[in-house]
Design a protein around this ligand. Structure first.
Ligand code: ISE
Length: 335
């Protein structure tokens, strides 16, 4: 039978997941949408035949409205719902970040470990992107020689008014904190942030673009241009610098048009299209694993490791200096 999924949060991300589960994911249905904004919940439910609306996760749990949960609210709202799904024993895919800070993320890890069941997967969907999967294979098989550095461009056309300076790190560079460790199999050991010349196109409260240096225990350094006011579109590119060559992923592969003495190609304008295949692969894998009572992607411990690196990143952003990342010991439960 189909896995009944409750989607928590019906904003940009949640509404996109509702449509994806309805149209692209096999073996699952959206059985509930949860949002205190009733009109938004009803609009999302209208896209999912049979989905019920609830204003809180607690109400949906009490109504036994789902077999699994997809948390798609902003990171600052995640922790109470994570503790509730652990208590209820519900497999859950939690959009990144697990939580925006290390202490609350560690508490989730400790509660899940104490419960004895891995229920939480974190939505680091770049791990399911074909480009990053190929890059990880290239790094592992060594055919290009040693990996020396990763050059990352993470460019957003603009961001909503609710986007804060700290979100540059804990909502955006959060992706690089996970994927750099995933590609190199090595933890991020320190973070340094350099402010680039401020873009006058951005909101007054934002001071960006920034250049973020992630050092890994393996000695590989990744630099990330984090830029949320580029206007032209949405672009996430990574160059891997090897001893014997360079590999680049993320360049748009759309159609190139020649006309009137010029040529052009379309660029993504949102992460929804740039990473649509990755989201589909991620959600389908999560559904398939949840139906067997397991998870096969990043765990709450991966979410904590990223939260700890983000904490150092925020300190580096605000202090303008290199900050070492402090990690708690890994519970045996996540070995
Ligand atoms: C957003 O929340 C995402 O996860 C996108 O992947 C990222 O590019 C964007 O900067 C974040 O705000």
């Amino acid at each position: 039978s189909d896995l009944r999924i409750a989607v928590v949060g019906t904003g940009l991300m949640g509404a996109d997941h509702v449509l994806r589960i309805r149209d692209r994911i096999a073996g699952a249905v959206v059985s509930a949408v949860i949002d205190p904004d009733t009109s938004r919940a009803e609009a999302a439910a209208a896209d999912a035949p049979g989905a019920r609306c609830f204003s809180s996760l607690a109400d949906a749990i009490a109504a036994d409205a789902m077999d699994a949960v997809l948390i798609a609210t902003p990171g600052t709202f995640h922790q109470p719902d994570l503790l509730a799904v652990i208590e209820a024993g519900l497999p859950t895919l939690c959009e990144k970040p697990l939580t925006p800070d290390a202490a609350s993320a560690l508490e989730v890890v400790q509660v899940e470990a104490a419960g004895g069941r891995k229920l939480i997967q974190v939505g680091f969907m770049r791990r399911y992107d074909a480009g990053y999967m190929e890059l990880r294979k290239m790094i592992a098989d060594g055919g290009m020689g040693d990996l020396l550095a990763l050059r990352c461009a993470h460019r957003n056309p603009d961001v909503p008014d609710s986007y804060t300076q700290q979100m540059l790190i804990n909502d955006s560079v959060v992706h690089e904190f996970d994927i750099v460790r995933y590609l190199t199999h090595s933890p991020v050991t320190s973070v340094e942030v350099k402010h680039l010349k401020r873009n006058p196109n951005n909101a007054a409260h934002l001071d960006e673009p920034i250049l973020v240096l992630l050092e890994t225990a393996s000695g590989v350094v990744a630099d990330v241009e984090m830029n949320v006011s580029v206007r032209f579109g949405y672009q996430v590119k990574t160059e891997a610098v090897f001893a014997d060559g360079i590999a680049e992923i993320g360049r748009t592969s759309g159609t190139t048009v020649w006309r009137d003495g010029r040529f052009s190609g379309a660029e993504h304008t949102t992460f929804k299209t740039r990473f649509a295949p990755a989201f589909e692969h991620e959600i389908q894998s999560w559904v398939n694993a949840a139906k067997t009572g397991t998870i096969d992607g990043p765990t709450a411990w991966d979410g904590y490791l990223v939260a700890a690196a983000c904490a150092a990143g925020v300190r580096a952003l605000e202090a303008g200096e290199r900050v070492e990342v402090d990690y708690a010991d890994r519970p045996a439960f996540y070995a």
